[in-house]
Design a protein around this ligand. Structure first.
Ligand code: XBP
Ligand code: MG
Length: 244
């Protein structure tokens, strides 16, 4: 546990969830532990493109401070300082290869939704709460993950779905959350954002939305002191995952 961070008791978190008019979900690391698959897909793209780049988990953990796969590759390339800068079309081509491979990995079913996610989605719907997605990843990646986990009609469950390229500035900028609030026509205080990273916490907080953190593989030691509640995963929500 991060020193000084009082993870609110699950009961407080459950109350925060039950009272919300809408739950706004981050995707990578929150709905599922997908970053390990993203990392493998990036390495596949580098090999296919003839680059001698290979991101191990330690390197990738540092690179995840940069949100957005295209931006992450650009940041890595700039950190090398030795090679010619990749052209935008090279970055785009690499990202296309990576995204295709990521979908293939997800479609194997090897990356299930995290504990408590499906039950919380169902309980929220039963309570009449609105559901939304606000993510930095691409729409295609959301579709690959949630088609696999929830079926091809998954999008019908959500009142708003905002992906990385739908806004000008990615997290930690608040853009994706501000646009989600516009689509939902709700005040930030009547929503709860469910996130896994400091960048996601900053983005939602800057939009005025209270944040529930679920710790994930690559961000477990981020500073979450600004969060309203910090859980290991959504299964800790107990009754808030039931329909009453
Ligand atoms: C996580 C991200 C994404 C993924 C990679 O998004 O920052 O960039 O790491 O996906 P979030 P792309 O936690 O907001 O869901 O390569 O499609 O960017
Ligand atoms: Mg995330």
């Amino acid at each position: 546990m991060q020193a000084g961070v009082l993870a609110s008791a699950p009961a407080d978190a459950a109350e925060l969830i039950r009272r919300a008019g809408a739950l706004i979900f981050d995707v990578d690391g929150t709905l599922a532990e997908t970053e390990e698959l993203h990392r493998q897909a990036f390495n596949h793209a580098f090999a296919r493109h003839g680059l001698d780049w290979q991101w191990d988990r330690a390197v990738y953990k540092g690179l995840l401070r940069v949100t957005g796969g295209k931006e992450r590759m650009r940041a890595y390339q700039q950190s090398l300082r030795i090679s010619l800068p990749l052209r935008d079309e090279d970055i785009a081509a690499l990202h296309r290869i990576k995204t295709v491979h990521y979908a293939k990995l997800v479609e194997t079913g090897c990356c299930p939704l995290r504990p408590g996610v499906i039950q919380l989605l169902a309980a929220a719907k039963a309570r009449g709460q609105r559901l939304a997605i606000a993510t930095t990843t691409s729409r295609g990646n959301i579709d690959a993950l949630l088609s696999q986990a929830l079926g091809t009609n998954w999008a019908a469950e959500f009142d708003a779905i905002l992906a990385g390229d739908d806004v000008r500035h990615k997290k930690p900028a608040p853009d994706v959350y501000l646009e989600t609030l516009v689509r939902l026509k709700l005040d930030p205080s009547s929503c709860v954002a469910i996130e896994d990273s400091a960048n996601g916490l900053a983005a939602a907080s800057r939009a005025g939305i209270p944040v529930l953190i679920t710790r994930s593989m690559f961000f477990a030691d981020d500073d979450f002191s600004a969060a309203r509640a910090v859980l290991d995963d959504l299964s800790e929500l107990g009754s808030a995952r039931q329909e009453n």
